[in-house]
Design a protein around this ligand. Structure first.
Ligand code: PDD
Length: 283
């Protein structure tokens, strides 16, 4: 049975409980981070913590958490569950309060919980075969830069995509690709790589920053700029990035095959470079 972390304690997963009055249940009033694990070590932990602070600050949580403590319980969870490859999911909610749209004025105790998930990240079939993307209207709110647990629309979108024979969905606003249901979207044309500029409409991915550096090292120019569906469909290669997919090639967008319809040379090299660097910098 998996051991999870909740509010300072480690418990069996079937014994960890949250109140029905937790604001995360009633208002999706909570934020989260997913940190990947390779060879038993955490990838990009510090940057995930910086983004957690930012999400909490944007939502006016009254107090930030101590990163050292979070690191300690992340490592303990890996040890207790003997996780060598997979992820640690961390969620921080505003806390428990009587149901009211008006947030509690006094400081309440945030609920903090975390659990591990074993997952094959290095040798995933998606990385080997590439994935198929369908596009959908972006019906999310306009603060997608905050990593909240308001994930109903992304979950509906991913489900619709898989029911229609695709692997994931990319969201479109006013003709432009924003990002994937739980990943950032990229395209490659010649020596230029594009991923959308960061603003309030997308999440600034931690993996994205690391991948950008790897792409530069491989001699490519990275441009942060809007790109249209048509541009994506005529790209040489395309891919997604996230903590759980690293760099994963896209081989089809709607009815259009990308490149030769199989993982391209550049994306394959980029994935290998990213993994190499990620392991080197893991803690
Ligand atoms: N999702 N965009 C969205 C909407 C995301 O949900 C994610 C991550 C990303 C990529 O961010 P990062 O590189 O920091 O993982 C972009 C995580 C993995 C999830 O929800 O499970």
């Amino acid at each position: 049975m998996r051991q999870v972390y909740i509010n300072g304690e480690f418990k069996r997963e079937d014994e960890a409980k949250v109140s029905i009055f937790d604001r995360s249940l009633l208002f999706a009033d909570s934020v989260y981070e997913v940190t990947s694990v390779i060879e038993g070590k955490l990838i990009d932990f510090n940057n995930h913590m910086k983004r957690l602070d930012r999400s909490m600050t944007e939502l006016k949580f009254k107090k930030l958490l101590n990163h050292e403590e979070i690191l300690t319980f992340h490592r303990k969870l890996l040890e207790l569950n003997n996780i060598k490859e997979g992820l640690v999911y961390l969620q921080v909610t505003r806390g428990v309060a009587d149901r009211s749209f008006d947030m509690p004025k006094e400081q309440i105790q945030p609920t903090v919980f975390a659990f591990t998930q074993e997952k094959k990240l290095m040798d995933s079939p998606n990385a080997k075969n590439g994935i198929k993307i369908m596009t959908l209207d972006d019906l999310r709110w306009k603060r997608c830069d905050i990593k909240t647990t308001q994930l109903l629309y992304p979950s509906l979108a991913k489900t619709e995509a898989t029911e229609k024979g695709f692997d994931d969905a990319w969201f479109i606003r006013q003709g432009y690709i924003m990002e994937g249901s739980s990943n950032n979207a990229w395209i490659v044309k010649g020596k230029i790589i594009k991923t959308r500029q960061s603003d309030q409409l997308i999440l600034a991915g931690i993996t994205r920053d690391a991948v950008m550096n790897c792409a530069k090292e491989l001699g490519y120019e990275v441009v942060y700029k809007n790109f249209s569906l048509q541009e994506a469909q005529s790209a040489d290669e395309a891919f997604i990035t996230s903590a759980t997919s690293f760099v994963t090639p896209v081989i089809k967008i709607n009815t259009s095959q990308i490149g030769e319809g199989k993982p391209g040379k550049f994306v394959t090299a980029l994935r290998a470079e990213y993994i190499k660097q990620a392991i080197k910098n893991s803690i």
